[in-house]
Design a protein around this ligand. Sequence first.
Ligand SMILES: [Zn+2]
Length: 136
Amino acid sequence: MQGTVGWTQVGGARFAKDEVHYRLVPQEKMIRCPCCHSPRVVKLGSERRTIQGLPVGRKYVFLEVEAPMVQCLNCGSVGPIDLGFAEPGKGYTKSFAKDAIRLVQETSIAFAAQMLKVSCHTIIGILQSRLAKNKK
Ligand SMILES: [Zn+2]
């Protein structure tokens, strides 16, 4: 679902008004160091994050994920695992960001924000991280 390779949905979808929420937990192969990708890590608890995905039909999609914090026995890094489908610290999926950029190119920031049910601020943030990435 929505590029969430390596994650398993638990329970059914939860519907609320015009939203649908899915709970996801990482498969064992995802529990790796966010820095060196070593599987030799110790779990230090987990962080619940809500990540907005692409709308499906008229429903806005939210992925509620349990992202384990890990300490790496290889390089010593401590942090949440790499989700794969979303950039660290972002509240939306990579495909959501891609779609937002496409919408802005075809319409406007305000329209993209309205379509995706986020603030203009979020859309601008997506455009800025895209620019920062292109510079690298
Ligand atoms: Zn490491």
